[in-house]
Design a protein around this ligand. Structure first.
Ligand code: ADP
Ligand code: ASP
Ligand code: MG
Length: 406
């Protein structure tokens, strides 16, 4: 029997009424002849509530205990979701990540999935029941509980879908699909019927938090189509799949912003081979992902290097970089948290040039200064002052015709 994975986000799990409505939707897909596995998030606001409690004690406290706390939100959801399925006569078994065999690396609060042993999930599916798996959490080889970064229930769902060889992974949320820009910033943003894995990867990495980036990595790697759709109405969603003909005709598919990164700059580092390697190896050894990097042209044997990391990793990144600074006798280290990354994405850029120039001209016309620039084949990102985020997104949405007419 073909398998579908459903994922329900926080707002789709917000109360018992929503949870029961999800159960009915699952029942419909079972009636259509699918085996369904479900991944759930914590009830809306719950992860924030738990982490705020931790912050009251110590915002830079033990990652192990933060994970123990934050993972509790999803444990409530799995039990309620399974109970709701029982209520309408569907067999269901809830699973913590440990019970579902989801193994991660040991980096607390930012763990990555290493493997999934799907034996127990398959057994439950073969018994005609619905496994309900806690999103966001994992377990290490040493049986420590981890979490995989904010929004990681998407990743749990996509990884489970890949492990089970699912036909599709349906991500149920509070918007009816992926829009060309965050609808909260650009209310008339166009809804996309389809988007390629690569574009979605870039958009997620560029701050479109409708999907966690790693969920798209799994989907692409194992070729599991993702569908983003609303759990509030019966509406078609957005399909995320391999690139198909015609996609390249659109120059820019989306514009995104990201306020979750902070910029660190090391001034006066020696300008010779191996220095950049030293800086980024030290960060990598702590499991800290770096996004944008800019190194200035060397002068008098010295250079500056700037890079961005997620704000949630800033405490660790600062500690690591401070050590590197001392080791290299660098002149100074600065940290800027008031920055934002603005990106335009589109496979159409592969065949047409000029997007970067148009983007920079547009920002200049609004008096927005650019601190850093990075490009890929299908994306251009800039770092600017955080205060200009919404203005930049709206201006670029207009420039690249990402709004509906009416
Ligand atoms: P969930 O709790 O279901 O995982 P999220 O809040 O994580 O939901 O993600 C859905 C939200 O993502 C939407 O409410 C929307 O505001 C936001 N979002 C940001 N960019 C986009 C985009 N390009 N298209 C659709 N939604 C977007
Ligand atoms: N509950 C977690 C969060 O709020 C995971 C998720 O929602 O995907 O980040
Ligand atoms: Mg989410």
């Amino acid at each position: 029997m073909p398998i579908l994975v459903h994922k329900y986000g926080g707002t789709s799990m917000a109360n018992i009424e929503r949870i029961l409505s999800n159960a009915h939707r699952i029942a419909k897909d079972i009636e259509k002849g699918y085996q369904v596995a479900v991944a759930v998030s914590a009830m809306s606001g719950e992860t924030n509530r738990l982490l705020a409690l931790a912050d009251e004690i110590d915002p830079y406290g033990s990652g192990r205990e933060r994970d123990m706390l934050a993972s509790a939100g999803e444990q409530v959801s799995i039990a309620l979701m399974a109970m709701a399925l029982h209520k309408i006569g569907i067999g269901s078994v809830s699973f913590t990540a440990n019970q579902a065999g989801i193994k991660t690396d040991p980096f607390h609060t930012r763990a990555k999935i290493l493997s999934i042993d799907d034996t127990r999930l398959r057994k439950v599916l073969d018994e005609g029941k619905v496994p309900v798996i806690a999103g966001f959490q994992g377990v290490t080889e040493a049986m420590e509980v981890t979490t995989m970064g904010r929004g990681a229930s998407d990743t749990t769902a996509a990884a489970v879908a890949a492990a089970l060889g699912a036909e599709r992974c349906d991500i149920y949320t509070d918007v009816d699909g992926v829009y060309a820009a965050d609808p909260r910033i650009v209310p008339r943003a166009k809804k996309l019927d389809r988007i390629s894995y690569d574009e979605m990867l870039e958009m997620a990495g560029a701050g479109s938090k409708v999907l966690q980036t790693r969920s798209v990595v799994f989907a692409k790697k194992y070729n599991v189509p993702l569908q983003v759709l609303t759990s509030f109405e019966d509406l078609p969603g957005t399909m995320i799949s391999e690139e198909v003909e015609g996609m390249e005709e659109v120059l820019v598919t989306g514009v995104c912003s990201d306020k979750t990164e902070a910029r660190l700059t090391l001034y006066g580092i020696p300008d010779h081979p191996g220095i950049a390697a030293q800086v980024f190896e030290a960060l990598n050894d702590e499991g800290i992902s770096v996004d944008m990097i800019v190194q200035s042209v060397g002068q008098d044997g010295q250079a500056n290097i700037s890079y961005t990391v997620n704000k949630s990793d800033l405490g660790d990144a600062r500690k690591v970089t401070e050590k590197v600074k001392q080791g290299l006798s660098a002149r100074d280290l600065s940290v800027d948290e008031k920055v934002s990354k603005i990106s335009v994405v589109g496979v159409g850029m592969k065949s047409s040039g000029g997007v970067a120039a148009r983007m920079f001209r547009c920002l200049a016309a609004k008096g927005i200064n650019i601190y850093m620039i990075s490009t890929s084949e299908i994306k251009i990102s800039v770092v600017i002052d955080e205060d200009y985020t919404e203005l930049a997104v709206r201006t670029l949405a207009k420039e690249f015709e990402l709004e509906t007419e009416e």
